[in-house]
Ligand binder design. Structure first.
Ligand code: GRF
Length: 190
């Protein structure tokens, strides 16, 4: 089974997923797509020997080109790991029920356009939330609104800063995302 990842940032989730499946005989990373020319994820892909592509224009991204590229990678599951653009309808149509995303909060709260990165955790801290966590969900035409696959939560300590929360949430992502991907792919096999 082959997964194609979309990422806009540092790509620590991409690297973590790469590590998890490194020895796997049944799952491999087909490629990584990014919309940021100098994203950290590209450096990681160079270092890890992962196929990486970038779309430098929203226009190109919105054409059939992105579908053709994902098809050419013989993709079984599209995985968004810190990708900041909306997924074009053409890709949603081509991969129904096969595009998932991870969001660093307990959706439906603290989600939606523009809610990403440290600002998610800052909002959680500012609102004195007792808990936060991650949401892994199917992707649809709106930001962070697809059917939820799994949520994992952790307590937020009163003294936690947004950076403290970010670090704890990243650990949660690394612990759960690869396993959820594996379970979804196993379901595709049956
Ligand atoms: C993660 O917090 C993920 O939940 C969110 O974007 C961030 C990506 O971080 N969607 P990285 O690029 O994988 O380090």
């Amino acid at each position: 089974k082959r997964i194609t990842l979309f990422a806009s940032g540092s790509g620590s989730n991409v690297e973590n997923i790469h590590e998890y499946f490194k020895g796997s005989k049944s799952v491999e990373i087909a490629g990584v797509l990014t919309n940021k020319k100098n994203a950290g994820v590209l450096d990681r892909c160079d270092r890890l020997g992962i196929n990486a592509f970038y779309f430098n224009k929203h226009a190109l991204y919105n054409t059939e080109a992105v579908v053709s590229l994902v098809n050419s990678l013989e993709t079984d599951l599209v995985v968004l790991a810190g990708f900041l653009w909306k997924i074009p309808d053409s890709l949603l149509r081509a991969y129904p029920g096969k595009i998932i995303n991870i969001h660093p909060a307990l959706l439906p709260r603290y989600g939606g356009k523009g809610m990403y990165g440290i600002r998610v955790h800052q909002a959680v801290v500012d609102n004195k939330e007792p808990y936060t966590g991650i949401t892994i969900h199917y992707v649809n035409e709106n930001y962070d609104e697809g059917a939820i696959i799994v949520q994992e939560q952790i307590p937020v300590a009163a003294a936690d800063t947004a950076e403290d929360v970010a670090a704890k949430v990243h650990e949660l992502e690394y612990e759960h995302f690869p396993r959820v991907i594996e379970e979804l792919l196993n379901k595709q096999l049956n």
